[in-house]
Design a protein around this ligand. Structure first.
Ligand code: ADP
Ligand code: MG
Ligand code: MG
Length: 887
């Protein structure tokens, strides 16, 4: 019977794929000498054979089952199917992975009209015997014979009404006998086969039903979603019953070795006296706190505590255990790794390191990046009841509460008045950013997971739901409707961005606690990672936040916002509109002064850490009003006052705006192309950077500057820009009399740059992959168009596996990155190479960056803990692979 049937005392508890999870747990507990009712496991191999043999239980297996029953009979001195001294069994499914849809456990198997009498006599407890019998009929009827469960429930409910009682426990013996009769009638009327009186036939049906459940609809669906192979199969566990329903000195219960919601090291659980099986979980009666067990059955309780500790120590993780107490004697029925909240997971991992149960690297590998992400956001109190009024795409996790506001300006206004708001829009554009910034969270009716709202909120770490199409927004009347519910501006809603749920009213939130445990775990992670983690931060405020989160530098400080804002735009326009060098230089001088202050702020906040500053990237027309808006303004001015001088000014701007307008701005006159044709702009920026650094050096700080040129794709571009940068650095150092610590480098965001990385490396001292643009250009996708128009279709039809703007495309973009690293390091072995695209905060992409040997990843400040963690896991996984391949 190799690999087909194992007694709990004989199996190998490590063979979970063969014994199933439950079987392995029972086997382990038995072999540790813990009190487990005797029994055996029919392995997953038999499940495969069952299907190969056309859904028949193989003969040899059935014969083996019969002889195992004999063994049980001898052990317990009872006889299966006997009228005088019956052995009763439980039959439990158990796949290698815990899976929904598998057959529910059948208890009290072996009971029939004869054996029930024997059980009553044997236990001297009529009521117990008949209660067990009716439970057996009910579950066997429902689970094995497919009789609708409601029929039994209704009969019970009806009887309670007739007898005017509330609890099952108030049924008398004769009530239970009547129920048994009624249940049998129900079964015989609603099932193809009559209820089998024969105990052996019951057992045979039951085993087959377990195997059948492996191919039930729910199980198949679940396997498909989670890619679980069908060949795995389920095991069947058959064991002697123990009875928690033999009176008030008996009980059944569930316990966790630590608190599964907080992780606190405290025995946690519930029990019910005089009860069986699922009574505790099913909520038929309210179970008692496990602490009461210490008073009711002190001996059993202290043994349970001791066993729980042993189980946790040997399994080296928090355990979820099931037990039953029969007349004061404790039996263990299950143990498995307990499910827990992300917060509890972190606490338990850190505590277990302190308790020397696990090592630091195990602690890091036990937590998932998703869990880290979840604890960084507030969530809805799981105990609360909420009214979900719509569902959309879960674009950015976390929960937020606020008043509904339909436009960005109003949002800012309301926030100034002290309200918390949720910005609700059909979709958002860069014009809404101030409103997004002011909001607690964003809800849009259109857009996908990578729409503007989704990307911006994720960067800000704010909850967001997009593509909530059931929500019909009426901007004119300032109301949205879902179904027959209307929500007006000013009404309060809650959004749950991790699940995409829109909730009416204020749901109670629980705040994340970035407690000591979280910081500890990140410290462990830091001990293992090789990748450094930088932040993308444009302002001193962001830089301070980034440092708090553990950033080791800034990988991308974009300078475009230094050209924006009400105080800057007029100067920039002055520069753009300049008729001659003199006018242009005047404007540039003004910009130099303000940008120098900006750079001082950032460099000071990041003192002694590298700050990568990217020079101006967007095309100039972005600093002018849109052509259509200008035309409209001019039209209005003409109506008000045809003589107005402003008309002439506006007309000039309009002319320039038309002049600068491009067919395809993404591929147009932007980045270093602008910096080369109009070098005054980059010269101004570089000067502002070095003057800021020089100032700080004189003040006793230690600024580390990396000047990064965007959109380089030609060797001579790099040569020109490097020269420009060095020249100004030299000038500044000479004038200020200081030495500056700086590097010149380039983004790699054009495929051509990747392919000539060796040439660029002659001049560039560092590379940073701008994977947003690099992905756009490698695929030839304009991101906004692609995400709105066809990426959702591609994902749905498996043309793309992931959105390449979210998860780095290893195959294509990744290959360009590998080429870059190889070519670059050939020329400049110590070249510093990193990534500053949004992918830098995506765990899978971080792992890829680790594998190809980058030096750092840079991401938004809120994602730094995730990146630190992902980098450590990448390192540890790689190490584990090396070990296993060298064995
Ligand atoms: P699940 O996978 O749904 O937890 P289980 O097989 O663990 O299913 O059990 C269902 C219930 O039956 C549990 O409360 C368990 O403790 C109880 N049970 C299982 N086997 C026995 C047994 N031999 N004697 C008494 N109760 C049992
Ligand atoms: Mg269980
Ligand atoms: Mg770019």
């Amino acid at each position: 019977m190799d690999n087909k049937i194992y007694r709990f005392e004989d199996g190998n508890a490590k063979q979970k794929h063969l014994l199933g999870g439950k079987g392995a747990g029972l086997t382990a507990m038995t072999q540790m000498g813990l009190p487990v009712p005797p029994g055996f496991t029919i392995t997953t191999r038999v499940c495969r054979e069952y299907y190969e043999k056309g859904r028949e239980l193989p003969f040899d297996v059935w014969n083996a089952v019969l002889s195992e029953i004999k063994v049980l009979e001898e052990k317990l001195n009872k006889v299966f199917g006997s009228k005088d001294n019956p052995l009763l069994l439980s039959v439990r499914s158990g796949a290698p992975l815990s899976m929904p849809g598998m057959m529910d456990t059948i208890l009290n198997l072996g009971l029939n009209d004869d054996t029930v009498e024997g059980l009553a006599k044997l236990t001297n407890n009529d009521r117990f015997a008949w209660d067990s019998y009716r439970r057996f009929l009910q579950s066997f009827g429902k689970v094995v014979l497919d009789v609708p469960g409601d029929l039994f429930e209704e009969t019970i409910a009806h009887k309670k009404v007739l007898l005017a009682i509330k609890d099952d426990s108030s049924f008398t013996n004769s009530d239970l006998k009547e129920l048994v009769n009624e249940f049998k009638n129900i079964i015989n009327k609603n099932s193809n086969i009559p209820f089998p009186e024969d105990s052996y036939l019951q057992l045979q049906y039951c085993i087959k039903a377990v195997f059948e459940s492996w191919n039930g609809q729910r199980a198949i669906e679940y396997r498909r979603i989670y890619n679980i192979p069908e060949t795995l199969g389920t095991a069947v566990n058959i064991m002697a019953m123990v009875f928690g329903n033999m009176g008030m000195d008996s009980a059944t219960g569930v316990a966790f070795t630590r608190d599964p919601s907080t992780g606190e090291k405290k025995f946690f659980g519930e029990f019910l006296a005089n009860a069986q099986g699922e009574d505790v979980v099913a909520g038929i009666r309210t179970p008692h706190n496990i602490e009461l067990l210490a008073l009711d059955m002190p001996e059993a309780y202290s043994e349970l505590l001791k066993i729980a500790q042993i189980l946790e120590n040997t399994n080296r993780d928090m355990q979820d255990i099931e037990f039953t107490i029969e007349k004061g004697k404790l039996f263990m029925l299950q143990t498995r790794v307990g499910k827990r909240t992300p917060m509890a997971a972190i606490k338990i991992a850190v505590d277990m390191v302190n308790e020397k149960i696990i090592t630091k690297d195990e602690a890091v590998l036990r937590i998932t990046c998703e869990e880290i992400e979840k604890v960084l956001h507030p969530s809805i109190d799981p105990r609360s009841k909420v009214q979900v009024i719509a569902k959309g795409l879960p674009a950015s996790p976390g929960a937020a509460v606020g008043k509904v506001v339909f436009d960005a300006d109003k949002a800012v206004e309301m926030v100034k008045e002290g309200y918390k708001i949720i910005l609700v829009r059909p979709e958002t554009t860069p014009d809404d950013v101030h409103g997004i910034y002011a909001s607690q969270g964003v809800l849009t009716s259109r857009g996908g997971m990578t729409s503007h709202a989704a990307v911006v909120t994720r960067g800000m770490g704010k909850p967001c739901i997009v593509g909530c199409e059931e929500m019909k927004i009426d901007l004119y009347n300032r109301v949205f409707t879902t179904g027959d519910i209307s929500v007006h501006e000013g009404d309060i809603i809650t959004i749950e961005g991790g699940e995409g749920k829109v909730i009416l009213g204020e749901a109670p939130l629980v705040m994340p606690e970035l407690g000591e445990d979280f910081k500890k775990l990140l410290q462990y992670a830091d001990e293992f990672r090789r990748l450094r983690v930088y932040a993308n931060a444009d302002t001193p405020d962001d830089a301070v936040k980034a440092r708090e989160f553990g950033a080791q530098g800034i990988g991308l400080a974009r300078t475009e916002h230094m050209f924006l804002g009400p105080d800057r735009v007029p100067i920039v326009q002055e520069m753009i509109m300049a008729h001659n060098n003199e006018e242009r230089n005047k404007a540039l001088l003004k910009l130099l002064k303000v940008q120098r202050e900006d750079f001082i702020g950032i460099l000071k906040a990041m003192d002694s850490l590298p700050v990568t500053i990217r020079l101006l990237d967007p095309p100039l027309h972005e600093f002018l009003p849109a052509v259509e808006d200008l035309a409209e303004e001019i039209r209005q001015l003409k109506i008000q006052n045809p003589e107005s001088e402003e008309i002439i000014i506006k007309k000039n701007i309009l002319k320039k705006a038309i002049d600068l307008k491009e067919f395809n701005p993404m591929l147009g006159w932007r980045g270093c192309r602008l910096g080369i044709v109009l070098p005054e702009i980059y010269e101004m920026q570089v000067r502002a950077i070095f003057e800021a650094a020089a100032y700080l050096v004189e003040e006793g700080y230690n600024p580390i500057v990396e000047v990064m040129h965007p959109l380089v794709g030609i060797e001579k571009e790099m040569n020109f820009l490097t020269e420009l940068t060095h020249k100004i650095a030299r000038e500044t150092m000479e004038i200020e009399g200081v030495t500056l610590n700086y590097k010149v480098g380039t983004m790699i965001e054009i495929p051509r740059a990747a392919l000539i990385a060796d040439k660029l490396a002659e001049k560039a001292e560092f590379f940073s992959f701008g994977t947003n643009d690099l992905t756009q250009m490698t695929f030839g996708f304009s991101r906004d168009d692609a995400e709105r128009k066809f990426i959702p279709y591609y994902l749905e039809h498996n043309i793309l596996e992931n959105n390449p703007f979210e998860v780095l495309d290893f195959e294509g973009v990744g290959k360009l990155m590998e080429i870059t690293v190889k070519l670059g390091k050939n020329v400049r072995p110590n070249m510093k190479i990193g990534i500053c695209g949004e992918h830098g905060g995506n765990p899978k992409s971080v792992e890829f960056c680790h594998r190809i040997g980058l030096d750092y990843v840079s991401c938004s400040p809120f994602r730094i803990p995730i990146a630190r963690f992902a980098a450590a896991q990448a390192f540890l996984k790689e190490k584990a692979q090396e070990v296993s391949s060298s064995v």
